[in-house]
Ligand binder design. Structure first.
Ligand SMILES: Nc1ncnc2c1ncn2[C@@H]1O[C@H](COP(=O)(O)OP(=O)(O)O)[C@@H](O)[C@H]1O
Ligand SMILES: [Mg+2]
Length: 439
């Protein structure tokens, strides 16, 4: 009962619809579709400047995956070519700035991962390549510190909160930082040599760009200037635009790289790629209850939010399996899939109806159908959305936000920033309204 999940029964090693970001590893590299141009630009930005790279794009579009896989490709490139190619080393995880966390705690949390990245990768490199011409790099790989630190950092990690350092292992917090920065400076004496790349993710969760700005400003002198660490900051809803205008950060952040959702063609390719990657070698022929065309249409309905699209596909697979169904032909799959989706959308719509009046629904539909808004609008757009003032529009935005159809970021800096966006639920409600009208 516990040994097989639904995907095993359908011939897969694991779910082809996982919503996790792709990692900085070979699997991530294999699963990433499209993005050739973005990878090229991101790589150039990473190796050409010491300033942090900013990725600005909608939630669920693939920013974290793009960052992770590009870093991995940078490491592979070095493994193939050696010095003088720059070496980009990935951290095992990405970081998120929590409102309540102090700059010092965040710094320590990140430095531990950076040390870990150096240690983990040292083993890989020791056997993998000749690092001719780099005395510093050889010193790193052959340093007895690697073993010592292997234990030390593990101990620090085991302590959990990052606040306590096991003095017995020979490290104090400041001593640790000193040795690490010294080490980084030697391995990566210049930005052109590369660095350990840290991704600070989901800046939009800080909501206010003033808050995000303050937090990044606080990192300026403690983290952003450490030689040998490179930075990628990811944010949605234009939050990075508010951050880069800070005079205190001038020269520390590069102009954001806009990341667009995957094209329809690439989204279709994503399913093929995952099916061939996750299929069992000696299992049954892989089976999925929805066709590529269905996934394609779902991606369109959800306005190219890949994460939500994958999550609905997964929900649907669960639904089919729980009912013991197994549609086979494309037509049968589509028919069952879309009646399920309609039921889902209807449920969401009817659940919202007692709370949201006609004005709120109209606001949602107008924002969804406006081609120049693309599902995102700013408080200043009230006239385009049929209101005489911002005050008149505000309660309806609030209602839709409470129902989960809109996500609104509070912003105190710029009334024009597109801080209100339609969520997956919102798009589904809109689709339901439109298809109902056509029925
Ligand atoms: N280029 C891509 N190829 C294949 N899958 C992708 C790609 N970009 C994103 N994904 C998948 O889409 C989902 C959302 O990606 P993620 O990187 O988390 O988006 P974001 O960071 O913009 O919110 C994840 O499940 C990820 O695996
Ligand atoms: Mg992300």
């Amino acid at each position: 009962m516990f040994d097989n999940n639904i995907y095993n029964d359908w011939g897969f090693k694991e779910s082809p619809f996982s919503t996790k970001p792709l990692h900085s590893n070979e699997t991530g590299d294999n699963l990433l579709v499209g993005r050739d141009d973005d990878i090229r630009k991101l790589a150039l930005k990473l190796v050409s400047s010491d300033a942090a790279v900013c990725l600005d794009g909608p939630v669920g579009a693939g920013k974290t995956s793009l960052a992770n896989v590009t870093i991995y490709k940078g490491m592979r490139n070095f493994l193939e070519k050696g010095v003088p190619s720059p070496l980009l080393l990935p951290c095992a995880r990405t970081f998120q700035i929590k409102p309540e966390q102090s700059a010092d705690d965040l710094k320590f949390e990140i430095l531990i991962e950076v040390a870990q990245a150096l240690i983990d990768n040292a083993c890989k490199f020791q056997y993998g390549i000749k690092i001719a011409g780099s005395i510093e790099m050889n010193a790193w790989l052959n340093s007895p510190l690697i073993n010592q630190w292997g234990e030390g950092v593990a101990t620090i990690l085991a302590n959990g909160d990052g606040g306590q350092v096991n003095e017995g292992a020979g490290f104090s917090k400041s001593g640790f930082e000193k040795v690490l920065t010294n080490w980084l400076g030697k391995i990566f004496p210049d930005g052109r040599n590369g660095g350990v790349v840290c991704v600070i993710d989901n800046l939009e969760l800080l909501e206010k760009s003033a808050e995000a700005r303050k937090k990044i400003e606080n990192l300026r002198d403690t983290l952003l200037t450490i030689q040998g660490i490179k930075w990628i900051l990811c944010g949605a809803h234009g939050i990075l635009q508010g951050v880069i205008t800070s005079p205190r950060l001038a020269g520390y952040l590069q102009e954001p790289l806009p990341i667009k959702p995957l094209t329809l063609k690439d989204a279709g390719e994503l399913v093929n790629r995952r099916v061939s990657f996750f299929r069992m070698e000696c299992g049954p022929t892989p089976y999925l209850p929805l066709s590529n065309g269905d996934f394609h249409t779902l991606y369109t309905i959800l306005q190219h939010n890949l994460r939500i699209c994958l999550s609905y596909a997964e929900d649907y697979c669960m639904h089919i399996s729980m009912r013991g169904l197994k549609p086979n032909s494309e037509a049968e799959k589509s028919q069952i899939f879309f009646s399920w989706l309609k039921e889902r959308a209807k449920g969401i719509y009817e659940g919202m109806r007692p709370h949201a009046g006609q004005t709120a629904i109209n606001l949602l539909c107008l924002a969804a159908s406006s081609s120049d808004m693309g599902g995102e609008f700013s408080p200043g757009d009230y006239e385009k959305l049929g209101f005489s003032s911002l005050q008149a529009m505000r309660p309806h935005v609030k209602t839709l936000e409470d129902c989960g159809a809109l996500s609104a970021q509070k912003d105190d800096l710029d009334q024009r920033r597109k801080t209100i966006s339609i969520t997956g639920k919102g798009w589904l409600i809109y689709w339901y309204k439109v298809t109902l009208a056509q029925d």
